[in-house]
Design a protein around this ligand. Structure first.
Ligand code: PCA
Length: 213
């Protein structure tokens, strides 16, 4: 099995992005799966295009995208990507789409095809806080999640894909009082546990990950 893991470059004035810091440190082989790592720009469309180029080159079985969710306290496995861009801040190419569809002919949304519940369970089994998230926002992370799931769906590729958000690194919150963060080692362990869960679970497990309002 081959797994393409992507992480964004820094954005929004941050010096680092935990996503790429984490994926750089992943082992090259996890549970027998070959790990291919790719840095992508925090930019609408060029991010999707860069992943599609890599998909064409290495033909992975799974695409696991990782991004920073500053302010969240735990590792969040995204359930769904929606067909809209609504950027609160400009991206790294100075684009700021507001209420624009990502694919004007695409479905309103795509669900993750990786086993999201098994991933949460296995990350928690390492004593690391994790949960299902029902929104990846409306910025570049949701954009690539929707864009890649949409590409796979439209081209009928035999490939799973999903998105995991991770909190700030400790060094990013030194001057941000009361903001949650996680150590790099903890987040590397979480993403490695997530990858192992993807390898071990062809189908997802049937446990609740829901929320009430
Ligand atoms: N997080 C942003 C985009 C890049 C990243 O790491 C987001 O959540 O949309």
């Amino acid at each position: 099995m081959r797994i393409l893991v992507t992480g964004f470059d820094p954005f929004g004035g941050e010096k680092v992005n935990p996503a790429f810091e984490v994926i750089k440190r992943l082992r090259d082989s996890i549970e027998g799966a070959e790990i291919v790592k790719l840095q992508i720009p925090t930019a609408f469309y060029s991010s999707i295009n860069k992943i599609i180029e890599k998909i064409d080159e290495v033909n992975p079985d799974v695409v696991l995208m990782v991004g920073q969710a500053g302010g969240r306290f735990d590792v969040t496995v995204e359930r769904i990507g929606i067909n809209v861009d609504d950027a609160r801040i400009p991206d790294n190419e100075n684009q700021q789409p507001v209420d624009k569809t990502i694919d004007s002919e695409g479905l309103p949304a795509h669900f993750a095809t990786i086993p999201i519940k098994a991933i949460v369970q296995d990350i928690r089994a390492k004593n690391i806080p994790a949960s299902i998230s029902n929104t990846a926002g409306t910025y570049v992370c949701n954009h690539v999640m929707y864009g890649i799931l949409n590409h796979i769906y439209k081209n009928e590729l035999n490939m799973k894909a999903g998105f995991i958000h991770i909190p700030f690194l400790l060094e990013q919150v030194i001057a941000k009082p009361n903001t949650p963060a996680m150590s790099l080692e903890t987040m590397v362990a979480a993403i490695e546990a997530a990858i192992a869960a993807v390898v071990k679970n062809d189908k997802d497990i049937n446990v609740t990950g829901g929320t009430v309002c």
